[in-house]
Ligand binder design. Structure first.
Ligand SMILES: [Zn+2]
Length: 114
């Protein structure tokens, strides 16, 4: 299976999760207006909503990364390190399909952050 295929699969997974979350958020919104007089429930609903909104944001970020990787695939630049221009290790791409850095550059970046 090529990277492009796994990226497409990942994209579909994310889109499916986003659709499910969106549905949950909409349901939560309806319940909120119907049962708005039950204060305790509203607090729980709001908490759940907040949590779902956070998950949605994370999914959006990941979808963006997958789309970027797909664009790179199309341009024939997938698997190229953004920092040094070298080839990203196969093993690394398998475990992190969205990565834009090779092992060495990722480690250097980590060191710089700490
Ligand atoms: Zn590199």
């Amino acid at each position: 299976m090529g990277y492009q295929t796994s990226l497409h699969i990942r994209k579909q997974e994310i889109e499916k999760m986003m659709a499910e979350k969106r549905e949950q958020l909409m349901e939560a919104g309806t319940e909120l207006s119907i049962f708005s007089h039950q204060a305790d429930d509203v607090v729980v609903d709001l908490y759940e909503r907040e949590k779902n909104t956070g998950i949605m944001e994370l999914l959006e970020i990941e979808l963006e990364k997958v789309n970027e990787a797909l664009q790179k695939c199309a341009a024939g630049e997938y698997g190229k390190c953004e920092s040094c221009g070298g080839t990203i290790e196969d093993e690394r791409l398998k475990s992190r399909v969205n990565t834009a850095l090779c092992q060495k550059c990722a480690q250097n970046k980590k060191k710089m952050l700490h």
